[in-house]
Write a protein that binds this ligand. Structure first.
Ligand code: ADP
Ligand code: MG
Ligand code: ZN
Length: 724
């Protein structure tokens, strides 16, 4: 073994010594690889053990059959379900949660958005004799639920900072003295539990009088700092178990990472508790990633076309990255005659509520929002959720896209991906705890050319879904046989990129991802280019490769502040190249056919565009009115503005006209695009490094590929449409 601190003697044979050091360095590299892989496996084991640990102390609870109908209250539960809630069948884990709570156990129910978690405290509230207190994080959410309950004849109230003083007084009196007002469910904010002595005294009285039946905490993940919606006041809710140890506590959330669940248990002092996990897979949601056009006009045209044809008369949400994007996109869509309003945290509360209501009542078709449009959106018939920019994390993506299709009908979750957006996010988020990892997990989701989207999402939850569960309800599975690109060894590309970085280093410059791409493709400043010719593959694949290398640690983002913001420069990462090289399967990006209509009559299977046209023969039930009126709790007035009856005739006519209009748009967009590309390339050299997010990236065109009876039509930025 060589001693790194040795004094070099004069007579040493340098070549031999260098060889020995090289050998030893190689051994160390191998060891690092071995240890890194062992570390990864141990981390996975740790994760699995933590799942078991979550159930620790609760073995007896876990073993009971909670979804039986042999409890003394079972008959009453059934009739209440039918007569009060007008629901025929329980969804996954609903009955189990209700029975466990009625048996006075503490329960954490993890079920996806739209899984029907509220019923699990609303129904017990109707079966027990005391009062049920529900802690809810948002006033709008309390309002909605109380309103819906009153509509079906259940006495429910809520108190918040803006509540009428007399009402609050009478509710406190009712809690203290248990009068005959008949209130079954009382919604309160966590602040009231944390900060209002008067309320807590009244609740204590209610408890002493044996009139407190159940405490439920909605969106219980707000307790956890690991969750994506941490609310400081939630951390005080641990007091509930101390004050009311024998009152069952039900926490419900759609967040199910083991870390968050463990944290919730700790924060709420739940020693023994049943954790119920409803399947997180949402079979009716179709997941699709689209290449986002670099040109804003083109992007806005595309979105407008999509909303006017594929989603005509259907309700949806577009999530944007910033307040500015939200405002701008709303204006653009309005100009394209779409009924849309922006929603973000900078609007005053009154305007936000008004916009939310208009959307709930279908007076506007689309809400363009930041992530401030969050928890508790209970609109059953949201047919599409579009992410205009990469999400901050997989968890937020799952939550936000999960607002589609709460009624169980087929809905689309589309994410618009663009290489530059990675850096738009990373430069803002890099200082947050695990911020970069979260963004990178999203990038992995977007550029994965192989795996089912569901499989990738499921990795983030304690439960792992089966690949085959997807039933072609994601772009990867849907087009699987037709558009797979082969896996490649990208080690030589990696070496080229490292050579570009070394060259920049000798020139004393730093390169952003955009500059690296330019140097690699022999664009931009000539001084950064290598002698070797640019790669033959299309630039979008080159971008995927660079993104892959970054998110897998072969390259690294290095953040530096200038006076306005942070800039991401690319450097060599710490991940080592193994002997088998770096393998990557690029993703071919597909345009979702704007002309095909989302068919809500078929929940379980994606349809080919040509099959979509077949549904002309089915009298359609896809209007906003029809789909929302099915739902007993959300029977709301539908505005005549965007409600058009979709009978057989108008539907068939629409399919054929929209088809031809889409084709012509695609063609005219094509020629516009060429002109823009020219303009772009002449401007590019003037772009500064700070404007990574604003740049328009040059992309070479692909050939029309006519193999296997599938025609790939190159559309905007290599977005390829399958035309069957
Ligand atoms: P979340 O789990 O996201 O809180 P909600 O409790 O708001 O979901 O329920 C979503 C919708 O599903 C509501 O409109 C509710 O009335 C409806 N719902 C709940 N349970 C059932 C069921 N068993 N069958 C049909 N609809 C249900
Ligand atoms: Mg809910
Ligand atoms: Zn799939």
């Amino acid at each position: 073994m060589c001693d790194p601190d040795m004094e070099l003697p004069a007579e040493i044979d340098l070549d031999t010594k260098i060889q020995a050091v090289k050998r030893e360095l190689k051994e160390i590299d191998q060891e690092i690889i071995h240890l890194t892989s062992r570390r990864k496996r141990l981390e996975e084991l740790q994760e699995r053990l933590q799942v078991y640990k979550l159930q620790e102390n609760s073995n007896a609870l876990v073993e009971q059959k909670w979804d039986a109908e042999t409890f003394s209250w079972s008959a009453k539960v059934r009739t209440t379900l039918k007569d009060v809630f007008h629901i025929e069948k329980f969804r996954a884990q609903q009955l189990a949660a209700i029975n466990a709570v009625l048996s006075k156990n503490d329960v954490l129910l993890l079920a996806p958005t739209g899984g029907g978690k509220s019923l699990c405290y609303q129904l017990p509230a109707m079966v027990t004799s005391g009062i049920t207190v529900v802690i809810s994080p948002l006033i709008s959410l309390m309002e909605d639920q109380a309103w819906a309950l009153k509509n079906i004849g259940v006495k429910a109230e809520y108190i918040c900072s803006t509540s009428d003083k007399d009402l609050v007084k009478s509710i406190y009196k009712m809690l203290r003295e248990g009068d005959e007002s008949g209130i079954r469910i009382l919604y309160v904010t966590p602040e009231r539990i944390a900060k209002s002595n008067r309320f807590m005294l009244a609740l204590q009285k209610c408890y002493n009088n044996k009139k407190l039946a159940l405490i439920a905490i909605d969106e219980v993940h707000c307790c956890s700092q690991w969750g994506h919606n941490y609310r400081p006041d939630y951390k005080n809710l641990g007091v509930i178990k101390t004050m009311f140890p024998d009152i069952p506590l039900l926490g419900v959330t759609a967040t199910a990472t083991t870390k968050v669940i463990g944290d919730i248990r700790k924060m709420l002092n739940l020693r023994e508790c049943l954790i119920l996990n409803a399947p997180f897979n949402r079979p009716n949601l179709y997941y699709h990633v689209l290449e986002k056009p670099a040109d804003k006009e083109e992007l806005n045209d595309f979105l407008a076309e999509l909303i006017k044809t594929r989603y005509r008369n259907m309700s949806g949400i577009i999530y944007t990255y910033s307040v500015k994007d939200t405002e701008e996109l709303s204006v653009q869509l309005m100009q394209r005659e779409i009924k849309v309003l922006p929603y973000h945290a900078s609007l005053v509360a009154k305007d936000r509520t008004r916009t939310h209501k208009k959307w709930m009542h279908n007076e506007i078709q689309v809400i363009v929002a930041t992530n401030a449009f969050g928890m508790g959106i209970d609109k059953p018939d949201v047919r599409f959720v579009i992410h205009h920019t990469l999400c901050k994390s997989m968890e937020s993506f799952y939550q936000e896209s999960g607002r589609a299709g709460r009624d169980g009908k087929r809905s689309d979750c589309i994410l618009l991906y663009r290489f530059q957006d990675i850096f738009r996010l990373s430069t803002v988020i890099f200082s947050e705890y695990e911020g970069l990892d979260n963004v990178y997990s999203m990038v992995k989701y977007c550029i994965n050319g192989k795996d089912c989207r569901r499989k990738l999402i499921s990795k983030f939850f304690a439960e792992v879904w089966d690949d085959t569960n997807c039933d072609r309800m994601c772009d990867r599975c849907y087009y699987r046989d037709k558009i797979q690109l082969p896996e490649q060894d990208i080690t030589t590309h990696y070496n080229t990129l490292l050579a570009i970085l070394r060259r920049a280093e000798t020139l004393n410059t730093k390169l952003t991802a955009l500059k690296i791409m330019d140097a690699w493709y022999h664009k931009g400043s000539p001084k950064n280019r290598l002698e070797e010719p640019p790669p033959l593959m299309d630039r979008y694949i080159g971008e995927q490769i660079v993104a892959f290398l970054i998110v897998n640690g072969y390259l690294k983002e290095d953040f530096q502040y200038n006076q306005y913001s942070a800039i991401s420069y690319i450097t060599k990462g710490s991940n080592l190249v193994l002997e088998k090289g770096i393998r990557f399967q690029p993703a071919r990006v597909l345009r979702i056919p704007a002309e095909s209509i989302v068919d809500t009559t078929n929940v379980s299977r994606a349809r080919l565009p040509s099959e979509d046209l077949e549904i002309i023969s089915v009298p359609s039930s896809t209007t906003l009115e029809n789909s929302s009126s099915r739902n007993s709790l959300t029977k709301r007035k539908v505005s005549s503005d965007i409600e058009e009856n979709d009978g057989y005739e108008s539907f068939s006519a629409r399919s054929s006209t929209s088809m031809s209009s889409f084709n012509s748009t695609a063609i005219s967009n094509g020629s516009k695009r060429k002109k823009r590309r020219k303009a772009d390339s002449s401007n590019r050299s003037q772009l500064s490094e700070q404007v990574v997010e604003e740049n328009t990236m040059q992309i070479t065109s692909t050939n029309v590929d006519e193999d296997e009876d599938v025609l790939f039509v190159p559309l905007e930025n290599e977005v390829i449409e399958i035309d069957e």
